[in-house]
Design a protein around this ligand. Structure first.
Ligand code: LLP
Length: 418
């Protein structure tokens, strides 16, 4: 069942006509489906039910606190990469003892903040970071729980910007160095080694790379046991792809079926860090057509959402389905669907076959729930979009549209030096 579907000739979000939401809150707007979120979480819970596990949702994919709060209620943990994400996760009610903290550049303040809140563990990405965490833990009189993020040097066959487990990538500790670093970590006074972590990339559409990477991690895990390094948690990262166009990614059950044979009989508890596969297809971005523009070479549909609202097409050349909110069965044209930003790279789609719509009509950009709003900005001084959550025939605003005042909220015209 698809929660964004046409009924009576118009697009619905669950049981609410998208038009009704637009009339109330305007565009551009992100609309999320509660039913889809729940379905995806259940799929993960059921898939991994055979093994003790924690789902640590990757907050970076969509960090709206209403969504985080829903996940907190469902008992999920969080995978965070900054102090800001920790703040959000805690505010939303996610339990600190289910929070894991990754990222190559944790600052001293962020480390201290996490230690004071007793998070489950840091996923440590370098020896220098290990030293820093040890030092800060000593200062605040805590024992920092850590996993080492191991880089298994596996190609996940995805866009090069979102592959993270290759030798050349900045992430993790090279697998051949891992044992040495584990020994160093074990000798540190304020560090307690409890886990092993890997994450090889995002939008992965095949289980093969997962199996290869996990096999390498498991042989390391077995080796660690021989050196009396007890590992309580095996973190397999996130990265499962979704369907944007015609991809056929494995679902959580396929992933579990591929990985559980490697994990069974291991004492460690499993941590999974999905982001996109939970929120990606649970959200759409709705935008209004402002103008049609025909040049000698091209048709342009100029819409009111730009690369500041959804940067994925610009940044990665990503494909998102784009559908009329009210289709009218007209002739199709080939058009570039572009935003109002003053950059040629500001597009949502290139050379897209689409109905010849008129100004004032609306388009839905599909699969926009992950890395959509979360990567949006105020570029060109555009207030960021509103966000709405739909559940059945009800909906609520979960983020007000920004105002012009919001844009300058933290800016200061100095009285001196000018
Ligand atoms: N764990 C770690 C350590 C990560 O770095 C990431 C994503 C995840 C989990 C979640 O991965 P997911 O399940 O969402 O694939 N902005 C890009 C994606 C960047 C992903 C970064 N790391 C995009 O729009 O495609």
């Amino acid at each position: 069942m698809h929660f964004f579907a046409y009924k009576n000739g118009e697009l619905y979000a669950e049981d609410v006509p998208v038009m009704e939401i637009i009339k109330e809150f305007g565009t551009p707007i992100y609309i999320y489906s509660y039913g889809t979120l729940i379905r995806h979480i259940r799929a993960y819970e059921e898939a991994f039910c055979e093994v003790p596990h924690i789902i640590c949702y990757a907050v970076k994919a969509n960090s709206n606190i209403a969504i985080l709060n829903l996940f907190a209620q469902l008992g999920l943990g969080a995978d965070i990469v900054s102090g800001g994400e920790l703040f959000r996760a805690l505010k939303a009610g996610i339990k600190p003892y289910k929070i894991v903290f990754a990222g190559v550049g944790k600052s001293e303040d962020e480390i201290e903040y996490a230690l004071k809140n007793d998070i489950l563990m840091f996923n440590v990405e370098s020896e220098a970071e290990l030293n820093k965490i040890n030092e800060i833990a000593k200062k605040v009189r805590k024992k920092a729980h850590v996993a080492l993020r191991v880089n298994p040097d596996i190609d996940p066959k995805t866009h090069k910007y979102i592959a993270t487990g290759l030798k050349t990538s900045k992430f993790g500790i090279p697998i051949e160095k891992a044992l040495e670093y584990y020994k160093i970590a074990k000798s540190m006074e304020n560090i307690e080694v409890i886990g092993i972590h890997k994450h090889i990339g995002s939008q992965i559409t095949d289980t093969k790379a997962y199996v290869e990477a996990l096999s390498k991690i498991i042989s390391l895990y077995d080796k660690l046991a021989k050196f009396d390094l007890k590992i309580d948690y095996i973190n397999i990262g996130g990265g499962l792809g979704i369907t944007y166009r015609d991809e056929e990614p494995p679902d959580p059950k396929d992933l579990a079926n591929a990985l559980i044979p490697l994990l069974k009989n291991k004492k460690g508890k499993i941590i999974i860090e999905p982001g996109r596969s939970i929120v990606g297809n649970a959200g759409i971005l709705v935008t209004k057509i402002l103008y049609n523009k025909e040049t000698e070479n091209k048709n342009f549909l100029i819409v009111d959402a730009g690369m500041n609202d959804l940067i994925r097409p610009t940044l990665y050349g990503s494909y998102h389905e784009i559908q009329p909110v009210i289709p009218k069965d007209r002739d199709k044209i080939l058009a570039d669907i572009v935003g109002p930003i003053c950059e040629s790279g500001d597009f949502l789609a290139k050379e897209r076959e689409i109905e010849k719509l008129s100004p004032g009509e609306y388009l839905a950009v599909m699969s926009a729930g992950a890395y959509g709003f979360a990567m949006s900005s105020n570029y060109n001084s555009r207030p960021r979009a509103a966000e709405v959550l739909v559940k059945g025939d009800r909906y609520v605003l979960i983020r007000r549209r920004e105002t012009y005042k919001d844009l300058i909220r933290n800016e200061i015209i100095p009285e001196e030096i000018l």
